[in-house]
Design a protein around this ligand. Sequence first.
Ligand SMILES: [Zn+2]
Length: 366
Amino acid sequence: MSTNHNLHAGRRYSPGVLTGELVGDLYQLAKQKEFAIPGANVIGTNSINACLETAVAVNSPIMIQFSNSGAHFLAGKGLNNTDQKAAIVGAVAGAKYVHEVAEAYGAVVLLHTDHCSKEQLPWLDGLLEVNEDYFAKHGKPLFSSHMLDLSTEPLWDNLNLCKQYLARMAKINVFLEIELGVTGGEEDGVDNTGVAKSRLYTQPEEVALAYAELSKISPNFTIAAAFGNVHGVYKPGNVKLEPKILARSQELIQQQWSTGPKPVSFVFHGGSGSSREEIREAISYGVVKMNIDTDLQWAFWEGVKTFYEAKKDYLQGQIGNPEGADKPNKHYYDPRVWLRKAEENFKTRLIAACEDLNNLNTLALV
Ligand SMILES: [Zn+2]
């Protein structure tokens, strides 16, 4: 059984994209110091830049992630996605943009792709080919990690396929995120609002099995285990969070395999709408990353909405506002003006997520 990464004391996290051992180090540190990295879903340069600004503002790593349809959107909805080609091109273009710009900002980031179902495997296959080429040229992969979500498959099918991918990914230092149990709610066109409540809660025995099987291949994996979490934001009281499932899983593995404390690096999906107390409890049980999408979508829109409401009379035509019938409105409807408001509000919300996640001045700990 392979063991956890050891911390590499004094290792420098220089600006740019973290990959390989640095990612493992960061997750170990996260479990020791009880913080988690926000995984922010992005769809273009506006949301990417807001992530980069945030990373610098909080002096902490941010994970920039593309969903399947977010990657397609980034390349353009007008681009045909047959065989996942547009989603591959979009994720790669977005990743290359991040590599190019993150250093200029002085931002330390991780690059990740979100849920990939069995039907979407050509997407992951395409991305891994790009990573392999990139690794051959640069000695490191383009992405820090990818998610493979086979949670709707039978457990052993899920684990066997994850092991195959982990073996391929370990060769080029790419981390794998897997999913056990089902994240409820609806996101990115995947609707799990109707699944049986019991499936929203992973059994600790399933986590222990996944840990044992994946560890045979490589320690470079994280587990998104369902504990009642849902995608999206709904009325309170619909689903009950049971983060103690994560604690019980850690304890079981520690006993079974004589590991150190918190052997598993967990990922919290459906973080939007969760209270700080719930988030902090989950972190104390070994959550190293929390996805945040829905709340950032709202923040992006709210930035535009607030601006529109404040400047409504300047946004009804190209010419004519309360200052005169012949006054031009170019400085209000220029997309750079209102998209900047969206970026600023996205950044404000992401900084708040970093506060919830105890991810402030994290780079000072490294
Ligand atoms: Zn998710």
